[in-house]
Design a protein around this ligand. Structure first.
Ligand code: SAM
Length: 434
């Protein structure tokens, strides 16, 4: 195969039909980057699914694609979407020129998305800095930070990580800060800036919230919270001055990798499972953990693509790491299987993702009540199942940690834990803290 002469045609094969909006467009609609007042250009629009869907809801959109819509219009627009295009381009120099050109067409915001290492398949022949897939298409799988630096060096603008592999690049600094602040107050597990401002009493928990927010911002080395803006957060009220608040936040950050401080926080935790080398708890209990654990997890989340939803936190007793473990339907499956582990090194600021979704024998969970607070809606149900399993002598065995051996044991004694599980499902999005 002569990949270089036929590359465009092969790239075209990467475009899929889209019956619903792509994730980057969904996020832009959710965050009101795209509204009915804005115009949109989908640059590298593939089969044009997003363009049709946007027009169908009254948003003035056009698309262009070298393979599928070569006659389309490359019209400068308020928002330009460059959706999963640069990852199909095998030539690094061309990625830069496409990014530059797409950015030049955006009046307000360029949305850039690309495949990330988390979705990299195990198969594929190495080609340049990516792989040739079994369909003979090229794919480059980016680490978030590599993608960010490619976008920033090509456009000369700062890129805002919205979700793994998805960045918004604003034309004006003011728009970027406005967006970042809005997200900070909306997405944060802590009270919004407005809510904090309106707090009259300087009780400990709101002081902690201010400190955690500031520590996370300093960990991100974000300049969003300049001293004038941060007065909104109540730093003067709780700490006397912005400088004092920054010092307290830096001390808090320094304590996160201190073994003795970590141990103290874990020992005082209101729930969680302490194993010989690590401490585990469910994210629904995060707000009840001490300030160090809350900060540790919040900092880790900024590196782990602001992971949302349902996860178990694993804090090793030593080191600078913390893992966020995503299990299959923690609430509703009696012994959920591990799907993805996100290992964040806070010192190195690195993220290592390990997917178990194709594993035939993933690790599984037992004794789920240990991970949650007693006021968790399913605490009692989790406990009852554990008591039954203890009564059957299952939980004292050493071979129950993985799917295959656990299934074999259950089969042997004809026991079905599903019979003990209530069918009522819980939506993890409803957790108040995430
Ligand atoms: C994976 S598809 C994504 C399509 C669409 N954005 C979506 O999300 O459904 C990648 C698209 O990039 C287009 N493409 C390849 N090289 C390009 C280039 N230099 N400029 C613009 N688009 C390109 C391909 O034709 C292909 O349709």
């Amino acid at each position: 195969m002569d990949f270089s002469t036929e590359r465009l045609q092969y790239r075209g094969k990467t475009a899929i039909g889209r019956p619903t909006f792509s994730r980057p467009i969904k996020l832009a609609l959710r965050d009101r980057i795209i509204t009915s007042e804005k115009t949109v250009l989908d640059y590298g629009c593939g089969r044009g699914g997003d363009v049709s869907l946007l027009n169908s809801i009254g948003i003035d959109s056009v698309g262009w694609d070298p393979n599928h819509f070569a006659d389309g219009i490359r019209l400068a627009s308020d928002v330009v979407n460059l959706g999963y295009v640069i990852n199909v381009i095998e030539d690094p120099a061309e990625r830069v020129s496409v990014l530059k050109y797409a950015y030049s067409l955006a009046n307000e915001c360029l949305i850039v998305s690309a495949q990330t290492e988390a979705t990299k398949p195990s198969k594929g022949v190495p080609y340049n800095d990516g792989i040739l897939t079994t369909r003979k298409t090229f794919q480059k799988y980016f680490a978030n930070e590599a993608l960010r630096s490619l976008i920033e060096s090509s456009t000369g603008a700062r890129a805002f990580l919205v979700e793994r592999g998805i960045f918004f690049v604003f034309k004006s600094e003011e728009a970027r800060v406005r967006y970042a602040l809005a997200r900070l107050s909306r997405k944060s597990q802590f009270p919004s800036v407005r809510k904090l401002k309106s707090l009259k009493s300087s009780n400990d928990s709101s002081r902690d919230d201010v400190l955690i927010s500031l520590a996370v911002e300093r960990f991100r080395r974000s300049d969003i919270l300049s001293s004038s803006r941060v007065s909104l957060l109540g730093c003067e009220e709780y700490f006397g001055s912005f400088e004092n608040a920054c010092n307290a936040a830096d001390e808090l950050l320094a304590s996160l990798t201190n073994r003795a401080a970590r141990m103290e926080s874990m020992k005082g935790a209101p729930c969680g499972k302490m194993l010989p080398d690590s401490f585990y708890f469910h994210c629904s209990a995060l707000r009840s953990m001490d300030i160090k654990i809350q900060t540790l997890v919040s900092c880790a989340r900024t590196i782990a693509d602001n992971i949302d939803g349902d996860f178990i936190v694993k804090i090793p007793k030593t080191g600078t790491g913390v893992s966020l473990l995503i299990y299959r339907d923690f609430e509703n499956v009696p012994h959920p299987e591990l799907m993805v582990s996100l290992l964040v090194d806070l010192e190195q600021r690195t993220l290592r993702t390990r997917s178990y979704s194709n594993s035939k024998n993933p690790p599984i969970l037992h004794r789920k009540e240990c991970f949650v607070l007693p006021d968790h809606p399913k605490y009692q149900a989790f406990r009852e199942l554990t008591e039954v399993e203890e009564g059957l002598g299952l939980l004292s065995r050493s071979d129950i940690g993985f799917r295959k051996s656990w299934a074999a044991i259950l089969k042997q004694i004809s026991f079905d834990p599903n019979k003990f599980v209530s069918k009522k499902t819980i939506n993890p999005d409803s957790y108040p803290h995430i």
